[in-house]
Design a protein around this ligand. Structure first.
Ligand code: CP
Length: 310
């Protein structure tokens, strides 16, 4: 059986193009499964997965849980807000206690960059990063590129602009790695204060004018302003940000071509995109969510195939 080059999914940076294509090919089969009347396969009946969420989540948490259940894995959920982390327990103690209950795989979202890699080096279980601070969100990038491939036939040669709060975004970094490995051209667009100074080292174009960026691209991935990660003011007000970088239907309709609009969610309607854009036929936001389940099933299935079973 064809297999991934990695034992854990801690980021896109250390995946090969072959790994990504293998995940997509496997996700194609699972997408067919989740659209059947019986949406379940018995593949992981002997596997137990713990979902550890030390940060808030709606889409990623539900999508992983659904993917695990569609594969017939046993699932346990942990949320930091209602756990003994509040009593001072460390990450490693929390995880080791969970692993002693014979857990094979851990899906973890954590506020600290590098938390998933740290864990993968210390526990005897497969680890999947569900978002580590401002670092990476690998399954989001995989489902984003998978959705572009589905909509436009391939990712290779496509021009993708990522708009908004690049500085605080794990989605942006993982998308840049994933799109480039698949042969896309990548641009970032936003106010200077929200574009990291090291961005040129990543080989992406930078544009501060939204209309120019949209005229250049085939796909625009509109990011949320992450106020929860901003300790200082990066722009005068949300209203001003929205006037310069918010995508409206009027702007979309004035472009010389029809572009695809994406958003990882959660959307702040009226800030980065208006409701008529989010709900338009150019937006593939709900396709991204649907594809997230198939892509996560593929990642879990491929990593589980590396677990030695008795
Ligand atoms: N896209 C994303 O990660 O959404 P959640 O924070 O709701 O999981």
């Amino acid at each position: 059986m064809d297999s991934l080059s990695v034992d854990h999914l801690t980021g896109i940076k250390n995946l090969t193009e072959h790994d990504i294509q293998l995940i997509f090919k496997t996700a194609d089969s699972f997408k067919e499964v989740i659209n059947r009347s019986i949406k379940k396969v018995p593949s992981l009946r002997d596997i137990t997965i713990a979902n550890l969420f030390f940060e808030n989540s709606t889409r990623t948490r539900l999508s992983f849980e659904l993917a695990e259940k569609r594969l017939s894995a046993d699932v346990v959920n942990f949320s930091a807000a209602s756990s003994s982390v509040k009593k001072g327990e460390t990450l490693i103690d929390t995880v080791n206690n969970i692993l002693s209950m014979k857990v094979d795989m851990v899906v973890m979202r954590h506020p600290n960059p590098g938390a998933a890699k740290f864990l993968s080096e210390r526990v005897d279980a497969r680890v999947i990063n569900a978002g580590d601070g401002t670092h990476e969100h690998p399954t989001q990038a995989l489902l984003d590129s998978y959705s572009i491939r589905e909509k436009l036939g391939s990712v290779k040669g496509k021009k993708v602009v990522i708009v908004g709060d690049i500085l605080h975004s794990r989605v942006a970094l993982s998308n840049i790695y994933c799109l480039q490995k698949l042969g896309a051209e990548v641009m970032v667009c936003g106010p200077t204060t929200l574009i990291p100074k090291y961005i040129h080292e990543l080989g992406v174009k930078v544009e501060h004018d939204l209309i120019k960026a949209l005229e250049w691209c085939d796909v625009a991935n509109m990011l949320r302003i992450q106020l929860e990660r901003q300790d200082i003011k990066y722009f005068p007000s949300l209203r001003e940000y929205s006037m310069q970088y918010g995508l409206t239907k009027k702007i979309l309709d004035q472009l010389s071509k029809k572009i695809v609009v994406m958003h990882p969610g959660p959307i702040n309607r009226g800030v980065e995109i208006t409701s008529d854009v989010a709900d338009s036929d150019q937006a593939i936001i709900l396709d991204q969510v649907e594809n997230g389940v198939a892509v996560r099933m593929a990642v879990i299935y491929l990593l589980a195939s590396k677990i030695e079973r008795q």
